[in-house]
Design a protein around this ligand. Sequence first.
Ligand code: IPE
Ligand code: IPE
Ligand code: MG
Length: 241
Amino acid sequence: MKSQPAGELVVPRSVAVIMDGNGRWAKNAGFERIRGHERGIDAVRTTVTECAQLGVQALVLYAFSEENWQRPQREIDLLFKLLKRFLVEERGTLMQNRVRLLHSGRRERLAKDVLQLLDDTVAATAGNTGMKLSLAISYGGRQEIVDAVRAIAGKVQRGDVAPAAIDEAMLHAHLYHPELPDPDLLIRTAGERRISNFLLWQVSYSEIHVADVCWPDFGKDHLHAAFRDYGQRVRKFGKVT
Ligand code: IPE
Ligand code: IPE
Ligand code: MG
């Protein structure tokens, strides 16, 4: 086993993950891309369970971006088949860990059966008082801001909000889940150094950790390494320490 980086493991209050590299994992192993997505589910279970047990309050997992709709239809179909399987098979794990499921993203393009399962799981876990887990599906950071602006514009048009009253707090309040704290730590796997339209509003002061492993290989040790890395960061929020 690889040695762990030195330093204290500090558990962030809020974590967001860009789960990348499923395709590359499969290619390296000589499989079709979909096998990488399949194996990615195991990594989701590990990260969700470990975050919940360590006391993370909110976890947002980027599962399908607005831009991912441009992938081949076959891959999209298989991804949603896996998502449905995840929602059915992992409900027990969510309940055991007292995890409350949420969905971040646009509903318009999601199939009825996907929405039904999502809504059912959200409802079934609504009473759980542990970690909040938001799955970002059909999600885009720019689209989320556009949706918030549209909602506020509607209120301005009805005369309920004065343009001068629009501030950061109001925009924040119109995001998909304003109750979720901004991520303290953003993790991206597969060595990529990009945001790829994830949580654009919320990551303004997130610490970023890039893990070189592809998502299906991201295990407990990698999560702990990310939390140790986080523990070394000095967060200044623009101030002088
Ligand atoms: C991430 O893995 C999963 C999704 C975007 C749904 P990718 O499918 O992007 O894997 P790579 O980047 O091609 O290796
Ligand atoms: C970001 O990964 C989206 C998800 C992890 C769901 P992508 O693989 O789609 O991002 P790019 O295309 O490399 O930026
Ligand atoms: Mg990718």
